[in-house]
Design a protein around this ligand. Structure first.
Ligand code: GRF
Length: 194
């Protein structure tokens, strides 16, 4: 099975996924794609000898280069790990139920455009929530609204600031995302398309 990972940031989730599959001959991370030439994920990819493809808005939205490259590569699952752009509709349509994303909050709350990265944790603390967590979901044309695959929660103490929540949520991301990606891949083996 072959997976590719889209990331825009430091890539700590990419690293955990690469570690998890490092000794697995049945799953290969064939490419890491990023819209950010300065992303920390590029250095992490180098350490795991995973090729990196950089693209800009024009290449991603005005052409179908990325979609056709992934179709040619025979990608089984597209994983988003801190990817900050909306997936183009043709790409989502080319890979139905084959794109997963992790959101650092308990969707459907604290989701949607603009609710990403650190801002989500500010919003959770600001709303006086007593818990937060992660949502791993399939990606469809609406931002953060695809079918939920897995959620895990962590408590938010009254004394927690956004940074404290971010740390607890990141522990959940690193603990669960690699295994959930593996479970989705295993289910693909059971999915037949007539
Ligand atoms: C994580 O908070 C993830 O939930 C969100 O973007 C961040 C990625 O962090 N989608 P990293 O680049 O994997 O460290």
């Amino acid at each position: 099975r072959s997976i590719v990972i889209f990331a825009s940031g430091s890539g700590s989730n990419v690293e955990k996924i690469a570690e998890y599959f490092a000794d697995r001959s049945d799953v290969e991370i064939s490419l890491i794609l990023s819209n950010n030439p300065k992303a920390g994920v590029i250095e992490r990819a180098r350490r795991y000898h995973i090729p990196v493809l950089l693209f800009d808005r024009t290449g991603f939205y005005q052409t179908d280069q990325v979609t056709s490259l992934l179709q040619k590569q025979g990608v089984d699952l597209i994983v988003l790990a801190g990817f900050m752009w909306l997936m183009p509709v043709p790409l989502v349509q080319a890979f139905p139920n084959r794109i997963v994303n992790i959101h650092p909050a308990l969707l459907p709350k604290f989701g949607g455009k603009g609710m990403y990265g650190h801002f989500v944790h500010e919003a959770v603390v600001g709303a006086g929530e007593t818990e937060s967590g992660i949502t791993i979901h399939f990606v469809n044309e609406q931002y953060d609204e695809g079918q939920v695959i897995f959620q895990a929660t962590c408590p938010v103490e009254p004394t927690d600031d956004a940074e404290a929540v971010a740390r607890k949520v990141q522990v959940l991301e690193h603990r669960h995302y690699p295994r959930v990606v593996d479970e989705v891949l295993q289910r693909l083996d059971l999915q037949y398309e007539l």
